[in-house]
Design a protein. Structure first.
Length: 411
């Protein structure tokens, strides 16, 4: 009888817990579960305690998914994360040992300060590692929240952190969010492999529908965080409202800048043209937003991401896209083919690109079709095939146990 495989997962996300349920809106775990790599999953998560919560309002409820939870001390932001590394050193180390001891293979999402504990213990215990690199630390210090000497210190910190990640990625199977990170963390002896951790299946792809006339509805989906360029997008709509009185920007997402952006909209007198929704569930409500949208915009100017998976979601919904030449985006978004690309932080270019798509319905249709063709090659089925083959290649001694956990054998 084949012994069931136990998968350990650390995603560096904070979860809410009231003692009964451990919840989050992030759906990264769904992707890992869908790969059918293991019979059981243990997840180490930072716990933010709350008095009471309604599990129906969250995308992920760990207890309802049969996940064993190893709670870690809480942190709410990067500064608290770093502080926790030192203040809770003994606790993190003990939890990392418990986590690694009870798992056969470890999936770590990095960069992560706390993830260093799990990586080090896994290496000492000679446990197979799958490292999923999702952001470029060299971009992190360029965000607008860093000024003066703080910017210099931040750059030095993230450079050292980047070098640590380079060392980490010399071991195990290395997966990256996009081609830019693949090139950054690959070397001849330890190659990295680009994947897209999306849940979009072939049956979910929407046909592209041509809409004639001028576009009116613009959509942003993402975090309200430094480096996302959301302030510039709001300013661009302000520049266009006189020329296109019916223009309307809908912004869906949550984050530390949410209230600041609402104030920015009010200060500029844009309440008629900009609607900030806050968090929107990725299932029904967000899909309804996609149906009403004419143009999708991702204006990131310095956010340290690889390739934003929301781009694939927008393409799968049949939407034309405007994005920036940042990080891994230009490796897949080809200007004039499946999107329009602008210089990060350039208000004039962003304004001109939006204007161009508002008036040109043929171009909108061509870009949407180009995006649809691109995402057809990147569905969940394709990602599953890629990752399971890599697991078989890197961990052949474990693969018979992987095959026993699902029907998707690759032989």
């Amino acid at each position: 009888m084949v012994k069931p495989l136990r998968l350990g997962v650390f995603l560096d996300h904070s979860h809410l817990s009231d003692g009964r349920f451990t919840v989050t809106q992030d759906e990264a775990l769904k992707f890992i579960e869908g790969l059918n790599l293991a019979e059981s999953i243990t997840q180490a998560v930072s716990i933010i305690p709350v008095e009471k919560l309604d599990p129906e309002k969250y995308n992920i409820v760990l207890e309802q998914r049969g996940v064993t939870v190893i709670p870690l001390p809480s942190w709410r932001n990067a500064a608290e994360n770093v502080l926790s590394l030192f203040c809770d050193f003994r606790s993190h180390f003990a939890k990392a040992c418990l986590f690694v001891e009870n798992c056969d293979v470890i999936w770590l999402r990095i960069p992560s300060m706390i993830g260093l504990f799990f990586w080090w213990v896994a290496r000492k215990k000679r446990k197979p590692l799958i490292l999923h690199v999702v952001s470029n630390l060299l971009l992190a210090s360029k965000r607008s929240k860093y000024k003066g000497i703080v910017k210099v210190l931040a750059h030095l910190f993230f450079l050292i952190y980047h070098l640590a990640v380079k060392i980490m990625t010399r071991y195990g199977l290395v997966l990256t969010a996009g081609e830019e990170l693949k090139r950054l963390y690959s070397n001849p002896l330890h190659p990295a492999f680009s994947i897209d951790d999306i849940l979009i299946k072939e049956k979910d792809l929407q046909s592209v529908k041509k809409k004639s006339g001028q576009a009116k509805e613009i959509l942003f989906v993402g975090r309200f965080a430094y480096g996302k360029g959301i302030d510039i997008l709001i300013d661009a709509v302000g520049n266009l409202k006189s020329e296109f009185p019916e223009i309307r920007l809908t912004m869906a997402g949550d984050g530390i800048l949410l209230e600041e952006m609402r104030q920015r909209v009010a200060t500029q007198g844009l309440n008629k043209h900009v609607k900030i929704l806050g968090f929107v569930s990725a299932s029904g409500p967000l899909q309804e937003l996609y149906k009403k949208t004419d143009i999708a915009v991702l204006p990131s100017d310095s956010y340290p991401e690889g390739f934003p998976r929301v781009i694939l979601e927008l393409w799968s919904a049949g939407l034309p896209l405007i994005a920036t030449r940042l990080a891994g985006i230009p490796y897949r978004v080809k200007d004039g083919v499946n999107g329009l690309l602008v210089t990060p932080g350039n208000l004039k270019e962003l304004t001109d690109a939006i204007r161009k798509l508002i008036v040109d319905s043929d171009l909108r249709h061509r870009l949407a079709e180009g995006g649809s063709r691109t995402v057809k090659k990147l569905t969940f089925e394709h990602q599953t095939d890629i990752i399971r083959k890599l697991v078989k290649r890197y961990f052949p001694e474990l693969y018979t146990r992987v095959e026993a956990n699902g029907d998707a054998a690759l032989d």
